[in-house]
Design a protein around this ligand. Sequence first.
Ligand code: TXE
Length: 532
Amino acid sequence: MATRTFETQAAASHAEVEREIVSYDPSTGEELGRVPLATAEEVAGAVARARAAQKGWGALSFRERGAVVMRARALLLEGMDEVAALVSRESGKPEAEALAMEIVPTLDLMQFFARKSERMLRPERLDIGLYRFMGRTSTIVYRPLGVVGIISPWNFPWAIPLGEVVMALMAGNAVVLKPSELTPLVGLKIGDLFRRAGLPEGLLEVVTGDGRTGAALVEAGVDKIMFTGSVATGRRVAEAAARKLIPVVLELGGKDPMVVFEDADLSAAAHAAVWGAFANSGQACASVERCYVQESVAEEFTARVLSVVRALRQDPSARGGADVGAMSSERQLRTVEEHIRDAVARGACVLAGGERLQCAGTFHAPTVLADVDHTMAVMREETFGPVLPLMTFKTEEEALRLANDSDFGLTASVWTRDLRRGRRVAERIEAGTVMVNEVLYTHGIAQTPWGGVKQSGLGRTHGRLGLLELVAPHHIHVNRLARLHDVWWFNYTPGAARLFRSLARRFATGSLLQTLLLSPQMLRRYRERKGK
Ligand code: TXE
């Protein structure tokens, strides 16, 4: 069986010649399987099949679409251990973590969108102010976009694409999914789940491949791209999409701060910091990547963190019982080593971990750093690994300044027993989501919007805001009094101009009373028209 080292990842390039992607188990380096590397023509074919299938699907009721999603959900529930095992094998995370962070949230998401999409997308009557007294109504009707392209990463290879697939399908779209080249088998498993659930052919096409396959998907004439990945690739996707005028949602990761005030429950905060930084081996876009502790409790908090870290189990041979799994790739592990090396060279102190494990897999020990500052890469760039840098602050203002001193803004977390302070600080942190006394997990709450500000991306997934990204709002405007010609139509007589001045002064105030004062002028205008 082939095994993987950094150098032999070049095996991938050998396989590319054969137009294949090789999938490896990062915790052992063993080959798991091979899948096709789809060409641009094959991607275009998938988009064409999806477009043909979407017409009938978009015409179904929410109930009918929801029934397919609920069948897929039942199959997932039945086969969850098999899915968790595959996710664990292909991504390196412990099976328990795959269950907790990928299966449970998606089961909840599936029932939520299957049952609630209709309500969230029901036609909406708009308040059009004084125009309603002119016999008019405005309604927004949400229609499917058509074909949605989803380009997904390897860190949550099941939960991220599956959630977006469900939302796109419930909104009446067809989907072409390009899973990460590191986790193609999990991507194919998503396609398999919906096929077994009876989703009509063509509605979910899974095209396996690498960045070139993703780039081909952007070029293939889809109606929207949902992208999750790095800032650099996200920018390339947005540029290509802009040339085709296709909208994009970009989820580009974060450098998420955790702020611990002196009045926080230090035990809970320490456990949360450790889980927030080391769950998924730190490879979550909402991982705690910077931890700021108020100086007066820094010593106690650090001691608590270290004692929780010491109890963590990391065992390359135990999929079920370990806490901190393998990292997804050697490249990722090298970024972690580089950030630690840079931090130490600039004066940081390693309080725990600090090194990779000597084994065939890509494991890195959970690492705690102190004496860090914002000149270090570990405080500025996404580390995306099991590293928890601790830094102290004195005042609330200083904590806010440090938390906001970042190019990213995905999530943040504030720890305090004073919930008024928690909300106050939360409102001033620049991030898509700020949690008070929680970390990391709100991607798992399907009802809440997910997305960031600054370099963390554009748009939202999840919740109603996420669902609205997957539909086209159609504005239907109806005039029930068509007999009465509008006063602003031709001809522009001197009387008309006088009326328009009055409209500017009175009607445009939004006041019905003011507008009623215009009645005589309006009547004159109608009579003037009638005379013609
Ligand atoms: O991501 P890429 P990578 C961050 C994290 C990580 C870094 C690099 O910091 O260290 O990104 O990860 C497809 N057109 N995140 O290199 O390249 C690719 O095939 C279209 C944060 O794995 O962005 C894959 O399916 N698609 C993040 C997907 O893009 C292209 C999760 C992501 O790959 C493409 C993962 C192109 N030109 C990494 N090139 C998060 N937001 O949570 C590549 N792809």
